[in-house]
Design a protein. Structure first.
Length: 383
């Protein structure tokens, strides 16, 4: 038997794990600077990744580089891989494998049929998605979602979670949605594009202007009174904010506070539609001690009504899953037993509507690879 079936707690749709599968999938993570190629088997990386330059301004060079990268990884394997599965930034028609007019890879203009080209070249199926979607999928399969459901089950809670909103904070602000074990695929390949939501602090800007590396650096530069060319890296700004490095601590705290406010408002709006757990990944997620609690507080912040009273921001309460006390309260909930009318039977009921926000349990790169691997094998197996 090539695979092991694992049933996630109370999911209506059976989610198959491929952690025992012997098929190999070749993967690519495409960025504006580098192309990173690898091979995944049983949800694990089995070769040393190959990194090649992107050549973002020359279409012929980048296409040849992509073919070269996949060829080099395939040459390291004893048998032919089952499929290619790769993440590319949008805009794109992911279902058909067509790249659109990319900002950070300007050579892709007017539509480039990359997926079909790779299928013709390597004589195997090719599947494409973006990193936000694959990150969310990986965390739903083997990361935060099964972990939280396991904690709830250990407490005999009647509650379980079947939906997940993934958000990546880094060069940009990406997202992905998993519902009942399935990765949401939009009609225009634009699902989970939370980066284009309105910025709650700077109303004429997008969320991404604040929730990104450049956003953190712009605020630090402004508050510290320095130019952006003099600005330290986000990692250094975090260390300044945590008093681990000399610098303008007030500016560092403000940089991540603005990120927390804007991201909190955006994720509160998004989770209203998803009604599930939220997982944060990407390079900036490592700075969560400076922003995660403030972000959760923003999500729980009350509205004011026209008559001067207050209204909860959401119908659900948001918990910080990286905080021990919050996690304890989230898992415990508010359970009780209620009678079934016209019978002597009791059932368990938890009246506390809640979602939690936590950081990646797998690490962003591993979550993306698990998502890419599973997505390809799902499609190969007709799911």
């Amino acid at each position: 038997m090539r695979y092991q079936v694992v049933y996630l707690h109370d999911w209506k749709d059976i989610r198959m794990r491929y952690n025992k599968d012997d098929r190999v999938v070749l993967t690519l993570d495409a960025g504006g600077t580098n192309l990173v190629f690898s091979a995944i088997q049983g949800e694990k990386e089995i070769v040393e990744p190959i990194v090649l330059p992107s050549y973002g301004d020359n279409l012929d060079l980048i296409l040849r580089s992509i073919v070269d990268g996949f060829s080099k990884v395939q040459a390291k394997l004893a048998d032919k891989a089952a499929a290619l599965s790769f993440c590319f930034p949008g805009p794109a028609d992911y279902e058909r494998g067509i790249i659109g007019d990319l900002v950070n890879l300007p050579c892709f203009r007017g539509g480039v049929a990359l997926g079909p080209m790779l299928e013709d070249t390597f004589k195997m199926p090719a599947f494409m998605n973006n990193d936000g979607d694959l990150f969310a999928y990986g965390e739903a399969i083997a990361g935060i979602l099964p972990e939280i459901n396991g904690l709830l089950k250990s407490q005999e809670s009647p509650k379980s979670y079947q939906n997940l909103l993934g958000a990546t904070l880094g060069t940009g602000f990406g997202g992905g949605i998993v519902a009942h074990g399935n990765l949401l695929v939009g009609d225009n390949s634009a699902q989970g594009e939370i980066n284009r939501m309105r910025n709650s602090l700077y109303h004429e800007c997008t969320v991404e202007e604040s929730v990104s590396i450049r956003g953190v650096q712009q605020v630090y530069s402004r508050e510290a009174g320095i130019s952006t060319t003099e600005c330290p890296s986000p990692e250094e700004i975090f260390e300044i904010g945590m008093r681990k490095r000399k610098g303008d601590r007030k500016a560092a705290v403000m940089a991540f506070e603005e990120l927390a406010i804007v991201a909190g408002d955006a994720l509160a709006a998004a989770v209203t539609l998803v009604d599930g757990l939220i997982v944060i990944g990407g390079g900036l997620s490592l700075a969560y001690p400076l922003f995660l609690q403030k972000m959760v507080d923003q999500m729980n912040k009350k509205y004011k009504t026209m008559n001067g009273s207050s209204l909860e921001h959401l119908e659900i309460k948001v918990f910080n899953l990286n905080n021990k006390d919050d996690l304890k309260g989230f898992v415990e909930g508010n359970p009780c037993e209620i009678m079934v009318p016209f019978s002597n039977r009791k059932i368990r009921y938890d009246s506390l509507k809640r979602v939690g926000v936590g950081t990646s349990k797998l690490g962003t790169m591993r979550a993306v690879s698990v998502g890419a691997y599973t997505f390809a094998l799902d499609r190969l197996d007709g799911r």
